[in-house]
Write a protein that binds this ligand. Structure first.
Ligand code: FE
Length: 339
């Protein structure tokens, strides 16, 4: 029985989910079932390739992370899921916290994925890196005017800053990481400064924020870089620039999408092999490049337009802090008036 949803709502969720996709080869003894919050178009070709190469049948179920965690809780020991894939360390941490994952003992994953991009207890591993950094209006601002997230709290940005809602886990993770680094008091003062500088109400998503900068509604903001990448893909002249924040201090905030083996996996060995494959040189470029993210495996260099943004220094605090301090971050943002 679900801990989170009455059964009827749980079934509604099931119906709303994307259909299970079966690989197109004959059924094999080796089947791995994947619950994924990652865009199906980004993942499916890679899973198909894995099926072809290994003969392993992959069953893929795609839904948003909240629905997947609720489903895993509801299914409990009876879950067909072997692997959980989701975005943001905050969500992966939640899954581990709810007892939905189990530790993975893999020398391959330990080798491929840097320590700061995985759970210290090995319950999940980052597979792609997403950077959340400063973007600016090329028409109104020069890169030399920018420096850090903290600087965006300076009164010189009054009426010029745009932010996405604090309800989004990406911002909760960003603030959690800043609390880890500099404590609550300093972080809260910064957030209050941001709110005092807002040009307009917070945005529901990063794309709307970027378009507001392009339209001149605000001059600076904070987004995940792949959202800018998508807009630049459509229009190379999209008038918003990317600035790597905090390069002379702690580095730009990074987060992950990642995977873990479910607590009640029926095919634990198969699940581990699949996650190892996703961390490998040959899979990483496809896994990350299609969505304009950065490979988590440092041996793999990003391709495409993200190279044009140049190399950057990432913050090396373990991304699990995003989960650990999520509640603290949410409360802090609330106190600071960040809606
Ligand atoms: Fe996103």
């Amino acid at each position: 029985m679900t801990k989170f949803l009455p059964l009827s709502r749980y079934f509604l969720f099931s119906v709303a989910m994307a259909s299970v996709t079966l690989a197109s080869h004959p059924a094999s003894a080796d089947t791995v079932t994947v619950y994924s919050a990652r865009n199906e178009q980004l993942l499916k070709p890679l899973l198909d390739r894995y099926s072809k190469e290994t003969g392993t049948e992959i069953k893929l179920l795609t839904a948003n992370e909240g629905a997947l965690l609720a489903r895993l809780n509801a299914e409990a020991t009876g879950t067909p899921a072997d692997v959980l894939i989701t975005v943001d360390a905050g969500n992966l941490w939640q899954a581990a916290q709810q007892g939905l994952l189990q530790p993975i003992n893999s020398s391959i994953l330990n080798q491929n994925i840097p320590a700061h991009l995985r759970d210290p207890g090995n319950q999940w591993f980052g597979l792609s890196v997403r950077a959340r950094t400063i973007v600016y209006s090329k028409a109104q601002i020069q890169a030399k005017d920018l420096s850090t997230y903290e600087d965006l709290a300076d009164p010189k940005w009054k009426g010029k800053l745009c932010l996405r809602t604090s309800k989004k886990v990406y911002n909760q993770s960003l603030i959690a990481m800043m609390i880890t680094e500099q404590g609550e008091a300093k972080t809260e003062a910064m957030v209050k400064g941001w709110i005092a500088n807002l040009a307009t109400d917070v945005f529901p998503d990063d794309t709307a924020l970027l378009k507001a900068i392009a339209a001149g509604q605000c001059q600076v903001g904070i987004v995940n870089t792949y959202y800018l990448g998508r807009l630049l893909d459509k229009d190379a002249n999209f008038p918003v620039g990317l600035f790597w924040a905090n390069q002379n201090t702690s580095g730009t905030h990074v987060n992950v999408s990642g995977a873990g083996i479910t607590r009640h996996a029926k095919n634990k060995a198969g699940a581990q092999k699949l996650i190892e494959f996703l961390s490998s040189d040959s899979a990483q470029l496809f896994y990350t490049d299609q969505d304009l993210e950065f490979p988590a495996n440092p041996k793999v260099k990003p391709d495409s337009l993200i190279k044009s943004w140049g190399a950057f220094k990432p913050n090396l605090i373990n991304v699990s802090k995003a989960g650990e301090l999520q509640t603290t971050a949410t409360r802090l943002m609330d106190r600071a008036g960040y809606r």
